[in-house]
Design a protein around this ligand. Structure first.
Ligand code: G3I
Length: 352
C-alpha cells in the first residue's frame, strides 16, 4: 500500500494533473516510443517540474523502482501495484507510453524471496511473480526488460553468465524461463534483455559485449521469445564510445530480427575537469557518438534517459565528483534547463 506521505502527495499531484485515466480502460497512446525518461513516483509527486518536463520532451516513461520486486512484491502473497499504476496513470494523462523494468535481475531480490532455499519453491515464486505481473500489465506497456544485466563485469569467457540467486536456484534456465513465462502471460508485449558497460572501447566492455552477444545468439537458437535488446548506456565521460565495434554489434542484432533500443542513458562525468560548458560538450559528444554507432544500421526508434534532470539522478550519489560539484549526467540541468545533451537527442529522434 502507499504510505501516508505518498497518499497525500499523490492526491495533490492528481488534482494538479486533472482527471485520471483509469489503468483498466485507457489503452497506450498510438505514438511511437521516441525519447523517454525514467522517474520515481516520489520525485514525480514531490516536484511538479519533473512531470512538466517529461510531458514536454518525452513520448514514453519507465519506472525506476515501482515495477521491481521489492516495490511490487513485499511478501509472497502480496502484490502492490498502486505505485506503478500511479505512474501509468501519469503516462496516460500525458499521452505517453510506458515500458516495464524489470522482471528477472540479480539485484533487488527481497529477503523473503532469498530465504526460499528449496529449488522447486524458488522456481514457483519466480514463475508466479513474472506471470502475475505481466498478466496484470497486459496491453498496457510497450515492452519489458524481462532479464536485466545477465553478464558479469569482466566475464571470464563468452559463455560466462552472472552468478545470482536465480542462477543458483534454477541454473541457466532462469534466463529462458523468464522470457517463456512472460510470453505466455502476454503474447503481444515486446520482450527485451538489458545490459550496461558494453558501449565503450575499454577491453572489459568489449569482452562483456562479446558474452552478451553469445547469450543473445544462444537464446535465439533455443527459440526463446526475445524481441529486443536494451543498451542501458550508462556512459562514462572519460571513455570513448567503441563506434565501429558497437555499430557492428547493433547491425548484427538487427540482422537477427531484433529491435535495439537505448534504455538507461546518462553520462557519469565524475572524472571530467574543466568548466561546465566544456564538461557538457564532452558529455554531448559521447551521446552523439553512441547514437551515431546505433543509427549506422537503422533509426533510433526508442531512447530513454535514466532520469531527465541532473537534480534527480542516481549518478549524484554513486559517482560523486572529487571537487564536490554536482554531476551533470542528464539532458536537463538541475533547474530543468536543456543542455547540449538534449540537442543531440532532438537531432537523432525528431519525428521523420
Ligand atoms: O529513498 C529511499 C529511502 O527513503 C529509504 O530510507 C531507503 C531504504 O533503503 O531506500 C531509498 O530508496 C532507494 C532508491 O534507489 C531511491 O533512491 C533504494 O534503497 C535503492 O535500492 C534504489 O536504488 C535504485 C537501484 O536501481 C536499485 O533498484 C536506483 O535508484 C536506480 O537508479 C537503479 O537503477 C538501475 C537499474 O534498475 C538497472 N540498471 C542500472 C541502474 C543504476 O544502478
Amino acid at each position: 500500500m502507499l504510505d501516508r506521505r505518498e497518499l497525500l502527495l499523490g492526491a495533490a499531484a492528481c488534482l494538479a494533473a486533472g482527471p485520471a485515466a483509469t489503468a483498466e480502460t485507457a489503452r497506450p497512446t498510438s505514438r511511437r516510443p521516441g525519447f523517454g525518461a525514467a522517474l520515481t513516483l516520489w520525485d514525480l509527486q514531490a516536484d511538479p517540474r519533473l512531470g512538466e518536463a517529461i510531458s514536454k520532451y518525452c513520448t514514453q516513461v519507465v519506472p525506476v523502482l515501482e515495477m521491481k520486486w521489492p516495490m511490487l512484491r513485499p511478501g509472497p502473497d502480496k502484490f502492490t501495484f498502486e505505485r506503478a499504476d500511479a505512474i501509468l496513470d501519469f503516462a496516460r494523462q500525458n499521452d505517453l507510453t510506458m515500458r516495464g523494468h524489470t522482471l528477472a535481475w540479480y539485484h533487488d531480490i527481497p529477503d523473503w524471496t532469498k530465504a526460499i532455499q528449496e529449488k522447486k519453491a524458488a522456481e514457483e515464486a519466480y514463475v508466479d511473480h513474472i506471470s502475475t505481473v505481466v498478466s496484470y500489465y497486459k496491453d498496457k506497456l510497450t515492452s519489458w526488460d524481462v532479464v536485466n544485466e545477465p553478464i558479469p563485469d569482466k566475464p571470464r569467457s563468452i559463455t560466462d553468465r552472472r552468478d545470482c540467486y536465480w542462477s543458483q536456484m534454477l541454473g541457466e534456465r532462469w534466463i529462458p524461463l523468464a522470457f517463456r513465462t512472460a510470453a505466455a502471460a502476454d503474447p503481444t508485449v515486446k520482450l527485451g534483455i538489458n545490459e550496461y558497460d558494453i558501449e565503450s572501447a575499454k577491453d572489459s566492455f568489449v569482452a562483456k559485449r562479446a558474452a552478451f552477444r553469445n547469450l543473445i545468439q544462444d537464446l535465439l537458437d533455443q527459440g526463446v521469445p526475445l524481441h529486443m535488446v536494451g543498451l542501458q548506456s550508462h556512459l562514462h565521460a572519460e571513455l570513448e564510445i567503441d563506434k565501429d565495434g558497437l555499430a557492428a554489434f547493433v547491425a548484427e542484432l538487427r540482422s537477427w530480427g531484433l529491435e535495439v533500443i537505448i534504455t538507461e542513458l546518462d553520462v557519469d562525468d565524475q572524472k571530467l575537469s574543466g568548466d561546465l560548458a566544456q564538461r557538457d560538450a564532452i558529455v554531448a559528444q559521447r551521446v552523439n557518438d553512441l547514437f551515431t554507432a546505433v543509427t549506422a544500421s537503422g533509426p533510433l526508434n526508442s531512447v530513454l534517459t535514466w532520469g531527465i534532470s541532473d537534480r534527480y539522478s542516481w549518478i549524484n550519489g554513486t559517482f560523486a565528483r572529487p571537487d564536490k560539484q554536482p554531476n551533470r549526467p542528464l539532458p536537463l540541468d538541475g533547474s530543468f534547463q536543456p543542455k547540449p545533451f538534449m540537442d543531440v537527442i532532438t537531432k537523432f529522434t525528431k519525428t521523420a
